[in-house]
Ligand binder design. Structure first.
Ligand code: SAH
Length: 339
């Protein structure tokens, strides 16, 4: 078992089961996440026999950073996993702190037309420890603390639901990585049953929905998932989420030149979202060499923005990060493969 896959409760149960005191869980967590040791031998307050037992049950196996690309305020990391699969994470320096965009799967089956990760299909889920360790390894490598986590790297978080929830339990725990729930954002392409499950968990984590189009005809062309869960169902699920959780929802909208960036779509979008406690994040498309979509002109993005504003929709334009470092979701991995 990888030691970074255990929540504090998992450890408590484990220690109870082997006839040890529950508080040992806290001790282990302190070594792992506060002192950041890499072996049981460094845990000086654990007695020898228990250490031997722990060594049999747990390993400290870590994904390895095999490539780093640095840009202005952005650092991109390529990881090699134990089975040789590759994933990536992107660290962005904001004025409010450091946010890390992490991967949740090796590849992705959602098959969005504009996305590099989908081009390479899903190979497997990431385990909880592989997600936790993206944070720990990057913090160690660049000697920094990460304040915000976004689940917007390779993969669809709601297609790996249980591991992702466990990951959140660990990083959100004050005794572990201690990243506040409000500093964590899950982004989904709109898997409706999982949005419903997530609503019921009543977590303070932010929910972002990748919308990218205001009607089914256009959305189905861009996102295969829309044929399974059309817009109406996605919006219904978001309404349900908003009823249970008093949190603003984010709708992401990539700006694709001549595809979805006509101001008429902004009007349509405003009507779709009217009255919802939400905001829209317009994302300048990150062009990739394998996919023919182009980024909208800034002027067009601002026109779109203005229409939404006029229609009283909260809207922001995402600052562009990392087009110089293959930062589009899945790009580093896929370019590495071809090298
Ligand atoms: N599967 C999840 C999370 C990963 S993708 C989701 O769909 O939300 C994170 C975000 O990046 C999504 O909004 C996705 O549509 C967007 N994205 C994918 N490729 C992109 C690109 N080349 N440029 C800009 N955004 C992109």
């Amino acid at each position: 078992m990888n030691i970074y896959s255990f929540t504090r409760q998992d450890f408590e149960k484990y220690f109870e089961k082997i006839g040890e005191k529950k508080y040992k869980a806290l001790q282990i967590y302190d070594w792992l996440y506060k002192k950041r040791v890499n072996s049981f031998d460094e845990m000086t307050n654990i007695k020898k026999e228990l250490k031997e037992k722990l060594k049999k049950d747990f390993n400290f196996e870590k994904p390895q950073i095999i490539k780093i690309q640095n840009g202005k305020d952005v650092h991109k990391f390529l990881f090699k996993l134990k089975d040789n699969e590759k994933i990536e994470a992107v660290l962005m320096n904001h004025d409010y702190g450091n946010s890390l965009c992490i991967s949740t799967e090796v590849g992705c089956n959602m098959g969005c037309a504009f996305c590099e990760s989908g081009r390479l299909k899903k190979r497997r889920d990431l385990t909880t420890d592989e997600m936790v360790l993206q944070i720990l390894e990057i913090e160690k490598t660049v000697n920094t603390r990460i304040s915000h986590i976004v689940l917007m790297g390779i993969g669809e978080p709601f297609d790996n639901y249980n591991n992702v929830m466990k990951f959140i339990d660990i990083i959100n725990d004050d005794m572990a990585v201690a990243i506040g729930a409000r500093h964590i954002t899950i982004s989904t392409c709109g898997i409706v049953p999982k949005i419903k499950d997530f609503s019921k968990e009543k977590r303070q984590v932010n929910l972002a929905i990748s919308l990218h189009a205001p009607n089914d005809e256009l959305r189905s062309k861009l996102m295969k998932i829309n044929k399974v869960y059309p817009l109406k169902e996605v919006i219904e699920a978001v309404k349900e989420y908003l009823k249970i959780n008093n949190r603003k929802v984010t709708f992401e909208y990539i700006m694709l030149k001549d595809i979805n960036d006509d101001p008429k779509y902004a009007v349509e979008l405003a009507n779709l979202l009217k009255g919802l406690n939400c905001y829209v994040n317009l994302i300048p498309y990150n062009e990739t060499s394998h996919i023919e979509f182009k980024k909208s002109d800034n002027k067009q993005i601002m026109k779109f923005y203005d229409v939404l504003k006029k229609n009283k929709i909260n809207v922001t334009v995402r600052r562009e990060f990392g087009s110089e470092v293959d930062a589009a979701c899945g790009q580093l991995r896929s370019n590495y493969k071809e090298e």
